[in-house]
Design a binder for this molecule. Structure first.
Ligand SMILES: Cc1cc2nc3c(=O)[nH]c(=O)nc-3n(C[C@H](O)[C@H](O)[C@H](O)COP(=O)(O)OP(=O)(O)OC[C@H]3O[C@@H](n4cnc5c(N)ncnc54)[C@H](O)[C@@H]3O)c2cc1C
Length: 365
């Protein structure tokens, strides 16, 4: 698109082995603030065309992404979010408890439910996509355009000419480059530090789990901010659940039973029938938590060095918009209008975009 062909993607492990292949595959644009609405809605429209564009089935499944409301105050917050989305031109529906029950008949809607459900907010065009297919589809399309994808190649340092970055040192040798883009999720702080940058990002472990496969029982993506949990059913039939990140910084790519226990207990309180299922596996990834809950895409104070990170627990859904705007930024040396609000400099200028709590886990970044 920008006419640039001499591009190399360096990956210390294998393509899709990071958070891209570890997430719970939720795709939506139901954020709270205008810059994120514009960015994620642009991305959602790209998701709708992505299988055609890549000529690879990414199994995008717009089954609806529904937040549950458990109290009057929850419903006020959901109504505010819905109003803000509509003001940005994004369709969304505030639901009564009867409408929620119709979408998900297995939710515990009884008056005696441990966490009563009084309504919801759904974005029907939201849903899921198969994460590893997204990685493979993009890799194949990039390869076809002449991009070199070099796996098992860890960046260990930056080559400098004065202040400017002019290449990278890797475990497979030195590679010269006119521009270098960092895009390493939970390792953003570690890699940026090699160039002398200290980022407003902390690395935290986020985990998820999946049960054995069963016949269709959860139709949409069900999220509860009050309970810090979310539930969906994979195309293979497994019930996928997630909860809070660990509340301490870590590079450990593994979860812990306490968080799993919390997520399962809350999911069962919402859908009691889940208690009959056996857990198949749990896993975790190291997420890059920015201090305002919004991503960072743009230039850095180091000439020729660019940054894409700070995705917290929500960067999978960003994949098309993130790639599109980062490519624009790397090619032109300046942000696209969609990522202009998300530059690193916002933390210096006091122009942070506070989206903490825009996902299912309100108290975490
Ligand atoms: C359990 C879990 C559930 C999630 N659920 C969702 C969800 O439902 N929806 C959503 O939108 N987001 C979700 N996310 C977040 C999402 O997965 C991430 O934000 C997104 O995948 C980040 O993509 P990325 O390409 O920036 O990072 P990654 O896919 O992690 O890729 C970064 C790569 O950089 C490589 N790397 C690191 N250091 C170096 C180095 N020195 N040299 C070379 N390579 C290096 C790593 O090996 C890695 O493969 C979830 C994350 C987790 C962990």
């Amino acid at each position: 698109m920008h006419g640039i062909r001499n591009v190399a993607v360096l990956e210390k492990g294998y393509i899709g082995g990071g958070n891209t292949g570890r997430n719970t595959t939720l795709v939506r644009s139901n954020y709270r603030q205008k810059p994120l609405h514009d960015f994620f809605e642009f991305g959602l429209k790209m998701w709708e065309q992505l299988s055609d564009e890549l000529n690879y089935n990414v199994m995008f499944s717009p089954r609806g992404a529904m937040f549950l409301g458990h109290s009057d105050s929850d419903m006020i917050k959901l109504a505010e979010r819905g109003d803000a989305m509509r003001a940005s031109g994004i369709d969304v529906e505030l639901l009564t408890r009867e409408q929620v029950a119709k979408i998900e008949p297995l939710l515990d809607m009884s008056r005696g439910a441990r966490f009563p459900i009084v309504g919801g907010l759904t974005q029907r065009r939201g849903g899921t996509a198969r994460h590893d297919a997204v990685a493979w589809g993009y890799a194949r399309a990039a390869d076809r355009l002449g991009v070199d994808i070099i796996q098992k190649c860890e960046v260990t340092g930056f080559v400098r000419d004065g202040d400017a970055v002019i290449g990278v040192e890797t475990t497979r040798g030195r590679i010269g480059a006119g521009r270098v883009g960092i895009c390493v999720a939970g390792h953003s702080g570690h890699v940026a530090a090699m160039a002398g940058l200290k980022l407003p990002i902390e690395s935290q472990t986020l985990q998820a789990l999946v049960t054995e496969g069963v016949k269709p029982m959860v139709k949409s993506v069900v999220m509860s901010q009050s309970l810090h949990c979310y539930i969906s059913q994979s195309d293979k039939g497994g019930i996928v659940m997630g909860g809070d990140p660990d509340n301490w910084p870590s590079y450990a790519q593994r979860g812990n039973p306490m968080v799993t226990h919390f997520a399962i207990a809350n999911a069962i309180a919402l859908i009691p029938a889940l208690s009959r299922l056996r857990m198949l596996r749990t896993w975790a990834g190291v997420t890059d938590m920015s201090f305002d809950g919004s991503p960072i895409i743009g230039t850095t104070p180091v000439p020729n060095l660019y940054l894409n990170g700070g995705w917290c627990y929500g960067g999978f859904k960003a994949t098309p918009a993130s790639g599109y705007t980062y490519a624009h930024t790397l090619a032109t040396g300046a942000p696209h209008s969609l990522n202009a609000p998300f530059v690193l400099d916002r933390f210096v200028q006091g122009a942070t975009i506070d989206e903490n709590g825009s996902g299912p886990m309100p108290n975490s970044r």
